[in-house]
Design a binder for this molecule. Structure first.
Ligand SMILES: Nc1ncnc2c1ncn2[C@@H]1O[C@H](COP(=O)(O)OP(=O)(O)OP(=O)(O)O)[C@@H](O)[C@H]1O
Ligand SMILES: [Mg+2]
Length: 416
């Protein structure tokens, strides 16, 4: 019997299944939890590299160092071949991803030393929306990084197809299902025929009627909410004495998880300093500079994300920025969030429609929409997708582990 590993390398969270023969199971990655935030912290005080909740915890505790999040967003971007200065040393971005995958490799290896010989790695339907060539390059690069991390034999599966394989285990009859996996970095769809009879077949390619997706998801919602609710407190939308608005570039960077670190270079800091004449209210500029000098960007992004999750199902919640200045806060309502992300949500619904249209199937033929991925916690998004496919049942899956479990099913079929 062969052993194998399956990894859902997510933009926000990752999970790992280890299996032998037909049986695969999620493994504990940190403090008994089976999902791990996709985060790396290079701690300068301790000269150490830590991962997951520990990485976020040490950053939040105020250790000097560098926090890296949204690593997957680097795949397919021109940044991947660059290096970045971390605690005085030039480190290649791809080596940061390799360090994270190596951490998962160690966890799988500890579970079963033979399991790391074969890997099934999830991938979004699209790493890159507008270029097939760069999209292919992203997969090839991720495979090479996984091999650097220690996995010899690397296969890929689309994340929504993996989620479908997980959902299929609970079906007792055949169904045409649209899987909607709305995560941190991408929204992915597969239209697939599922059922207990079909589950026995090795080759499922004929059952997958279409797959599609786009590079818009939870981190973009964070960005939009940050621009609407947090950045105005730092000067976005304000004007100088002449009435000319403050340039917005710095706010876009500060609102985008994987670009925050760029604002902390000496050059970016001096550029931000030169914005001073654009501010009629100098206190706002000083506040912005304090955030950049004290490297509070990830903390703001995390506070925005917390507020988003708090109002995802309705109601309102405080966006507390007291760590910047005593009393600095805003109130965020579900309606504010809906407004901020309306364009993004419309594009996601459109991608779902196009996936179904590509299969030549009418919306009414779909039996169920299966939701997975953290962002399906947003009621407005579920409602909008539900409205696009009236008559289909809306089924909520395990938001954070369905893809990894399904990748385990795929790996068991390939290697078990
Ligand atoms: N209850 C919730 N409501 C809305 N959004 C949520 C909720 N819980 C988590 N999220 C968001 O879900 C996203 C993470 O979801 P998930 O872990 O499925 O993504 P991922 O698998 O890491 O990303 P991807 O699959 O796109 O690479 C984050 O943007 C997070 O803010
Ligand atoms: Mg995911």
């Amino acid at each position: 019997m062969r052993a194998y590993t399956a990894i859902d390398f997510g933009t926000s969270n990752s999970a790992v299944c280890v299996g032998c023969g037909a049986h695969a199971a999620l493994i504990a990655l940190e403090q008994g939890r089976d999902t791990l935030p996709t985060a790396v912290f290079y701690n300068a005080d301790e000269q150490s590299t830590v991962f997951g909740r520990q990485a976020i915890g040490e950053y939040a505790a105020g250790y000097a160092g560098r926090l890296m999040r949204s690593l997957k967003s680097l795949l397919g971007s021109e940044l991947l071949d660059d290096t970045t200065l971390i605690n005085g040393k030039a480190v290649a971005y791809r080596d940061i991803i390799a360090a994270f995958l190596r951490h998962l490799w160690r966890a799988a290896q500890a579970q079963n030393p033979r399991a790391v010989e074969h890997l099934v790695l999830g991938r979004p339907v699209r790493f890159v929306d507008d270029s097939d060539e760069r999209d292919r390059l992203a997969e090839t690069t991720l495979a090479a990084i996984a091999r650097d991390a220690g996995f010899a034999d690397v296969h890929f599966q689309y994340e929504p197809i993996a989620a479908a394989m997980d959902y299929e285990r609970q079906l007792d009859r055949e169904a045409l299902v649209l899987v909607a996996d709305i995560g941190g970095g991408t929204s992915d769809f597969s239209l697939i025929r599922l059922g207990p009879q079909r589950a026995r077949h090795d080759d499922r390619s004929a059952d997958v009627l279409a797959s599609g997706g786009l590079h818009i998801a939870g981190t973009d919602f964070d960005q939009q909410l940050s621009l609407a609710a947090a950045m105005p407190l730092l000067g976005l939308g304000h004007a100088g004495e002449s009435g000319k608005p403050v340039p917005s570039h710095v706010y876009f960077e500060l609102a985008t998880w994987h670009r925050i670190n760029f604002l902390y270079t000496p050059r970016a800091l001096s550029e931000a300093q030169t914005l001073r004449p654009f501010f009629a209210d100098s206190a706002l500029h000083e506040r912005l500079m304090r955030v950049l000098r004290e490297r509070e960007g990830h903390r703001i992004a995390a506070a925005v994300e917390d507020a988003k999750v708090a109002v995802a199902d309705g109601g309102s919640a405080p966006l507390d920025l007291a760590f910047i200045e005593a009393g600095l806060r805003a109130e965020v309502s579900a309606a504010d969030l809906q407004r901020a992300i309306a364009t993004a949500v419309a594009r996601i619904v459109d991608a779902a429609r196009r996936t179904v249209a590509a299969a030549g199937v009418g919306a009414a033929a779909i039996d169920a929409v299966y939701f997975t991925g953290g962002s399906t916690g947003l009621r407005g998004l579920r409602d909008a997708l539900g409205a696009a496919f009236p008559g289909s049942a809306l089924v909520g899956g395990d938001k954070f582990a369905s893809v990894a479990r399904g990748l385990g099913v795929c790996a068991a079929r390939l290697f078990g």
